[in-house]
Design a protein around this ligand. Structure first.
Ligand SMILES: Cc1cc2nc3c(=O)[nH]c(=O)nc-3n(C[C@H](O)[C@H](O)[C@H](O)COP(=O)(O)O)c2cc1C
Length: 157
């Protein structure tokens, strides 16, 4: 089984989880980046990112470093923005063939209320089997992330 972990991360939390998951599974790793960078300040990120989610903006992505078509299975990671998955991940899922390969989804959020985000994103994922909600390192309950990741990986295997 050839697996690819695909993720977007603005401040490193989803990246850390993606790296761990890819390493444990022996999967390749690919980061999604928008062609137009996000602002540097958190306040501006909230303003710009929140607006993008509200208007369902689909950004242009930088060229992929790997070909999702060359993999059997994709494990997808997204932060939660305004209760939903991020615009860069929605842009990735415009490729229906790639979306059909996603079997497993991991979310990163500040507060853990991800049901709306899960709903918004899973409608694009006909073969989704596993999902896990992880917490930002600033949340004290993020100490449970490693155990949750271990369970998630067992389910994928
Ligand atoms: C634009 C924006 C909107 C966000 N909206 C939410 C939200 O609705 N709910 C929540 O729990 N966290 C929200 N967050 C926090 C992120 O989901 C959280 O910090 C996550 O760990 C970020 O992942 P990253 O470090 O990989 O970028 C938001 C962050 C940003 C930048």
């Amino acid at each position: 089984m050839k697996r690819l972990v695909v993720y977007y991360s603005l401040s490193g939390n989803t990246q850390a989880a993606a790296e761990k998951i890819a390493k444990e599974l022996g999967a390749d790793l690919m980061r999604l980046d928008t062609a137009k960078p996000m602002p540097k300040s958190f306040a501006a990120q909230i303003f710009v990112g929140g607006g993008q989610v509200a208007f369902n903006h689909i950004p242009k992505l930088k060229p992929f470093e790997l070909d999702p078509g060359a993999y059997d299975e994709i494990i997808l990671g997204s932060p939660i923005w305004n209760g939903k998955g991020v615009p860069a991940v929605n842009a990735f899922l415009k490729d229906e063939k790639a979306a059909a390969k996603v079997t497993s989804l991991f979310f990163l959020s500040a507060g853990g209320e991800v049901s709306k985000g899960l709903e918004a994103i899973t409608k694009h994922l006909p073969n989704l089997k596993n999902s896990v909600s992880l917490l930002d390192r600033k949340n004290e309950d993020s100490k449970d992330n490693d155990a949750k990741i271990a369970q998630f990986i067992e389910k994928i295997r």
